[in-house]
Design a protein around this ligand. Sequence first.
Ligand SMILES: NC(=O)c1ccc[n+]([C@@H]2O[C@H](COP(=O)([O-])OP(=O)(O)OC[C@H]3O[C@@H](n4cnc5c(N)ncnc54)[C@H](O)[C@@H]3O)[C@@H](O)[C@H]2O)c1
Ligand SMILES: O=C(O)C1=N[C@H](C(=O)O)CCC1
Length: 262
Amino acid sequence: MIKVAIAGPRGRMGQEAVHTIMEKDNMELVAVLDHRELASNLKDYDQFTYDVPVYLDLQQLISTTKPDVLIDLTTPEAVYAHTKVALENGVRPVIGTTGFTDEQLQELTELAAKEKIGAIIAPNFAVGAVLMMKFSAMAAKYMPDVEIIELHHDQKLDAPSGTAVKTAQLIQENRPSHAQGHLDEKETIAGARGADFDGMRIHSVRLQGLVAHQEVLFGGEGQMLTIRHDSYNRTSFMSGVKLCVEKVIQLDHLVYGLENIL
Ligand SMILES: NC(=O)c1ccc[n+]([C@@H]2O[C@H](COP(=O)([O-])OP(=O)(O)OC[C@H]3O[C@@H](n4cnc5c(N)ncnc54)[C@H](O)[C@@H]3O)[C@@H](O)[C@H]2O)c1
Ligand SMILES: O=C(O)C1=N[C@H](C(=O)O)CCC1
């Protein structure tokens, strides 16, 4: 039985994750971490009927309920501290929250290595999104001029998305660094050409009605290849969450990206 705690249980992803873990025979939801005093038990929240204690302090949650794994689905502001506290206290983090800086990722990788403890940071838990990223990395070897368009719901806090950054990093490993577009191009409205990642442009769309979507466009002479993935609901992420909880137990270091454990 894997003892699991979830940070952010009232969120769009957190709610889905609570139901997912409760349905698993080999996992036990021992606690959740919230940041506002609403109730001391999940069964007193409108969304749930489960008897699971709610904590506002991660150290206290860990020392009282001793989870094996912490799933974090909170905000870019909160996630770094949660991951650090988990690693320092022998709890394996499975992190879905996006918005880490390169420096934070580096620090957490070093901390997990020092503590010899497993951790997974997965910018996208959907298997189709991982395939989109892998296929994009393959295509970049042959068609190195790329632009990424990521499209998300309008409540998303970070831009570009974690998936777009990870996609750009995987593409970067597979094509020579170079600027794209006309050498003399000028933006008449700032931001018109999107964010610049090693010469690749990333465009972020935020609109009601969207969940999580991405297109990777490869231009060639007289041709265009488009690789697209759509998550239409948050259930699409849950098989990845379950897989990460099972895999993280076997690791002794931090893994960044679901593609590394599939
Ligand atoms: N990896 C993936 O596949 C994947 C998929 C969807 C979303 N995400 C990421 O997951 C995160 C959450 O997304 P969401 O759509 O569920 O957001 P959301 O805003 O619906 O939920 C976030 C929840 O975190 C809670 N929260 C905020 N600070 C907290 C803290 N300090 N302690 C505990 N709880 C806290 C909020 O109350 C809220 O309920 C985002 O970073 C998003 O980018 C990742
Ligand atoms: O809804 C979100 O927010 C999502 N964020 C992830 C990202 O930033 O890549 C993955 C998909 C959903």
